[in-house]
Design a protein around this ligand. Structure first.
Ligand SMILES: [Fe+2]
Length: 180
């Protein structure tokens, strides 16, 4: 049977209710993998006729999680950043995203002086989502034509988070819902 966005939302609600920590988010990653295997969903969400830009496909007012389609207008490379107290699952749908994960090695946690160490780099291929937990620092680099579906634990519009200027050794507060 075809796995739809509605079915995904119901299963994600159940998973996040049953497991509040990382286990629930890992379940969401597996569910998103299943959803991305539905070509009709991918076409509607991020196919050639989908509107350019980022848009909400679903928002759970009760639990707070959001499903977003990212139809990216051009190639983009983000600085390392976190999603504050929200987790995120990046589900590549078309083309790829090169992902890097970092660890903060200075004793600080907020804005100001910061030093990062790159932990790993890999490519997110279509149909294989990656999960990024609360405060996990990552950077994305994708080519023109890259499109993905992202699930965030909260609406990032209302979340204070950090981006990092590695060369300057600084963490900077950002408030925006962009993928970077
Ligand atoms: Fe991100």
């Amino acid at each position: 049977m075809t796995y739809t966005l509605d079915a995904f939302v119901k299963d994600a609600q159940a998973a996040l209710t049953a497991h509040e920590g990382p286990a629930g988010r890992e379940e969401v990653r597996v569910l998103l993998e299943k959803l991305l295997a539905n070509p009709q969903f991918v076409d509607e969400a991020v196919g050639p006729a989908a509107p350019m830009g980022a848009r909400k496909l679903y928002e759970d007012k009760e639990m707070g999680f959001v499903v977003l389609a990212h139809v990216n207008p051009k190639a983009h490379k983000s600085p390392p950043h976190d999603h504050g107290n929200s987790w995120a699952v990046y589900g590549q749908a078309i083309e790829y995203t090169d992902m890097s994960e970092y660890r903060r090695v200075d004793p600080g946690a907020g804005a100001g002086e910061a030093r990062l160490e790159k932990v790993k780099s890999y490519r997110l291929e279509p149909g294989h989502p990656g999960v990024y937990d609360v405060r996990a620092i990552h950077a994305i680099d994708y080519p023109e034509g890259s499109r993905f579906v992202r699930v965030t634990g909260r609406d990032l519009e209302y979340i204070q988070r950090l981006k990092f200027d590695v060369a300057a050794g600084q963490a900077i507060t950002i408030e925006s819902a962009s993928a970077s």
